[in-house]
Design a protein around this ligand. Structure first.
Ligand code: SF4
Length: 64
């Protein structure tokens, strides 16, 4: 699995961090998402997909 994020689209809602804190964080200054793991292990796949679905800005893109 490979994760891409669109920083321009991110509105700092933080849903991704709630869903998968191992993979996503937020910048202190403005809340924009920080990708901690671009290729997370398989066991985090479900949480990452959940984060992508929950993101209100559709800023998270997942490739298999
Ligand atoms: S859920 Fe989406 S909009 Fe919110 S911080 Fe994460 S990537 Fe940004």
């Amino acid at each position: 699995m490979r994760v891409n994020i669109d920083e321009e689209a991110c509105v700092g809602a933080g849903q991704c961090v709630l869903a998968a804190a191992e993979v996503f964080d937020q910048r202190d200054e403005d809340g924009v998402v920080v990708l901690l793991q671009a290729e997370p292990p398989a066991e985090l796949g479900e949480a990452v997909r959940e984060a992508a679905v929950l993101c209100p800005a559709m800023a998270i893109h997942v490739e298999d």
